[in-house]
Write a protein that binds this ligand. Structure first.
Ligand code: CTP
Length: 399
């Protein structure tokens, strides 16, 4: 997505400048041609030489530097950019842009560009919550600037709270998202992901190998395309994508409750979760001791969340998954019909490159009208894109 793009990375003065170095590395690795502009304060944290070495381009600092103006002036920087990323963006920088101030090279270039601008704020929590800052941020979003919200955590100033700059990987994902057409704007998509865990006792549970990667990829792509996303996920090692409403759950029962709490708001439901089919009849409050020579567990069925949604789907588009080890199309088609779905994503988890833990998948998309799309091996992000293309088509046909 960023291959061959000309990116201006605007760095203002905050402790998070060190993370902008890694961001620059990722941007160049993705094939972007990066031109860095540093404010005076940013240079107090890291020297331009670091950014120059990693970008392979001179770092721009002064509005009136004769040498730099000769080489490349602020207008040509603004003109040639496909994207501006301001990371970290201080409260001061954001305040200046929101009020049309252009008193240094960075603010002048931002004012002069017609390229999309992704702002990545980083600051103390009290500054972040200050209504003056909040008003400036809102104003910029209304003007069409892209904003990646800061995350909550321990801040360098000693405070705990919202204001931390997201990881360079998350900024990369948001940067790629800027170029994605917002064709799902106005829709709310509920995505479930990951496994569920059914507890036996305080130290053991029944679960499955689902990593959550497929569902998280769908949530990320849906968000990039402008949808409101509610991501309900069982235990995974993944970080929730920026900008989605993330609801972590553990058991199938909890997932069911979270899904039905959110269902009213959603006009699309995509159930990528590998819900455990059974839970133990008895959950022991104490650790089960190995006194007996054999142990029989009695399990009872979990509610089939997807089938319940199918029964009360109204005007919603409902997409299910079918992970199979044999007779893929037969089983998937049965589930599509039985659960009243619009689309089912079928994968044979025994195939190399398909299934739970990897970054790729091989799926077939079965439609309610009998059409079957066979997709080759591709990344889970690419599968997510294909699924959402079909969802978009179904939404358009519904009108
Ligand atoms: N599903 C669900 N609730 C369950 C079981 C499954 O919502 N209790 C959903 C999954 O999220 C998936 C689809 O139903 O979208 C199919 O799940 P899968 O495990 O493949 O099929 P099952 O219906 O559980 O049937 P079986 O295990 O017999 O293959």
């Amino acid at each position: 997505m960023l291959q061959g793009k000309s990116v201006v990375l605007g760095v203002s003065g905050g402790i998070a400048v060190y993370k902008a170095v890694e961001l620059l590395r990722l941007l160049t690795k993705a094939g972007a041609d990066v031109h860095v502009i540093m404010t005076k304060n940013a240079r107090e944290f890291v020297t331009p030489l670091t950014f120059q070495t990693l970008s392979g381009n001179p770092v721009h600092t002064d509005l009136f530097s004769l040498y730099q103006e000769h080489e490349i002036d602020h207008i040509s920087l603004a003109d040639r950019a496909d994207l501006f990323i301001l990371a970290p963006a201080t409260a001061n920088l954001i305040g200046k842009i929101a009020h049309g101030l252009a008193d240094d090279l960075l603010t002048t270039s931002v004012m002069a560009t017609k390229a999309p601008v992704l702002i990545v704020p980083a600051m103390n929590v009290n500054m972040y919550e200050n209504p003056i800052y909040q008003r400036n941020e809102k104003q910029l979003i209304e003007f069409g600037y892209h904003l990646l919200e800061p995350v909550t955590g321990a801040l360098a100033c000693g405070w705990e709270g919202k204001g931390k700059m997201p990881s360079p990987e998350e900024i990369m994902a948001a940067a790629a998202g800027v170029f994605v057409p917002k064709d799902l704007l106005g829709h709310t998509i509920l995505v479930t992901a990951g496994p569920t865990r059914e507890e036996l006792d305080p130290v053991r549970y029944i679960s499955n190998y689902s990593s959550g990667k497929m569902g998280f990829a769908i949530a990320t792509e849906a968000r990039h395309r402008g949808a409101e996303v509610i991501l309900i996920a069982g235990p995974t090692n993944l970080t929730a994508p920026a900008g989605v409403r993330y609801v972590p759950v553990v058991s199938a029962q909890e997932m069911r409750e979270a899904v039905f709490d959110a269902l009213e708001r959603a006009d699309v439901v995509i159930k990528a979760a590998a819900v455990a089919d059974y839970h133990p009849v008895v959950r022991s409050t104490q650790k089960i001791k190995k006194t007996a020579d054999d142990l029989t567990l009695q399990l009872e069925k979990n509610p089939d969340i997807l089938a319940e949604i199918g029964q009360q789907k109204g005007g919603r588009i409902v997409v299910g998954f079918a992970a199979e080890t044999e007779r893929l199309l037969v089983h998937a088609a049965e589930k599509l019909k039985k659960k009243n779905l619009d689309l089912i994503v079928a994968n044979d988890i025994t195939k190399a490159g398909a299934g739970f833990d990897g970054d790729t998948n091989i799926v077939r998309l079965l439609h309610a009208d009998g059409q079957v799309d066979e997709l080759e091996l591709m990344s889970k992000a690419a599968v997510a894109e294909k699924i959402l293309n079909q969802v978009k088509r179904l939404l358009d046909n519904r009108k």
